[in-house]
Design a protein around this ligand. Structure first.
Ligand SMILES: [Zn+2]
Ligand SMILES: [Zn+2]
Length: 302
């Protein structure tokens, strides 16, 4: 984050915002700047990438699904935009520690323990480490003693849109984001690579909520894509992972996506359309009241 802070200081904050008497290295000034930059960055990434995905990737047919809620997109947006500022508060504490030099982030490839290959290895280890941590944090958030407190709001969206990607309770959002922020305090990582991975994480989080189930054939069983995460939203106790299916397989929570077996949300929509049940409000009402339209078509009618 100090790269972003330096650029913001140089081009905007020092010449136009802060008085010259307030030095760039002042702790309070850094905290205020980080709060503003973190909130701006989160909003730009969430809204920018979300809008691009919503219009270019997300299949709007999914909005006809009985379990797609009334005004769901607006509700997801409102929930996320309310939570993100609260998530930013503890996040900024970690960014501040990073800016003050407590992390293992480095500036140049020369400082990488293994040179260029080290950058590649840190990319792999970042993904594996955060995938493992998020699996267990996510599974913990599903524990019946705390589920209702923090994680339940994210499961309000049974058929998510890309805007569900960041629609979390603030505690839930912070906990699931924590592995990304902790990594550079534990392992060496190039600063530019860290920023690139941060953007990638946001793209990925949106992409597993966009209902586009395509994954290159050979990788289908290894990558936790949108089809896997859709089943997590629908069936709850499966596919807690983020990037890979590894920990779900090890933890006994893997479920082969129903969408890849011809029993997914699109299949239910097609079936209801063929039966003439879409558009008369009946299927929608059943889905909303019972919340189990997909479960019925997947389990009882197979
Ligand atoms: Zn969950
Ligand atoms: Zn989700």
């Amino acid at each position: 984050m100090d790269l972003v802070l330096d650029v913001a200081d140089y081009y905007v904050l020092s010449p136009y915002v802060y008085p010259a008497s307030w030095p760039e290295g002042g702790a309070l000034r850094q905290i205020i700047s980080l709060l503003v930059l973190t909130n701006l960055g989160a909003a730009v990434l969430y809204l920018g990438l979300g809008v691009i995905n919503y219009f270019l990737v997300f299949d709007h047919t999914l909005m006809k699904h009985p379990q797609f809620l009334e005004n769901q997109v607006q509700r997801e947006l409102k929930y996320a935009m309310t939570s993100l500022p609260l998530i930013s508060i503890p996040t900024v504490a970690l960014f501040f520690a990073e800016v003050r030099g407590y992390s293992k982030l480095y500036d140049t490839v020369d400082e990488s323990p293994l040179g260029w290959p080290g950058l590649f290895l840190s990319m792999i280890s970042f993904l594996l480490f955060t995938d493992m941590c998020i699996y267990w944090i996510h599974r913990f958030l599903h524990h019946k003693s705390i589920y209702k407190l923090f994680h339940k709001p994210h499961h309000l969206w049974k058929i998510p849109s890309p805007f569900a990607s960041h629609a979390f309770h603030p505690v839930d959002g912070f906990m699931q984001g924590l592995p990304y922020h902790i990594y550079p305090f534990l392992f060496p990582l190039h600063k530019v690579l860290y920023l690139a991975l941060y953007i990638f994480v946001n793209i990925w989080t949106i992409s597993i909520h966009d209902g586009d189930y395509r994954v290159p054939g050979a990788l289908t069983s290894a990558i936790n894509g949108s089809a896997h995460h859709t089943d997590h939203h629908l069936f709850f106790d499966y596919n807690y992972g983020q990037y890979f299916t590894l920990w779900d397989r090890l933890g006994g929570s893997y479920r082969h996506p129903s969408a890849l077996m011809g029993k997914g949300p699109h299949d239910l929509i097609r079936k209801l359309q063929a039966e003439g049940k879409l558009g008369d409000g009946r299927a929608k009402a059943e889905g909303q009241v019972n919340g189990d339209a997909q479960r019925r078509v997947t389990f009882k009618e197979e």
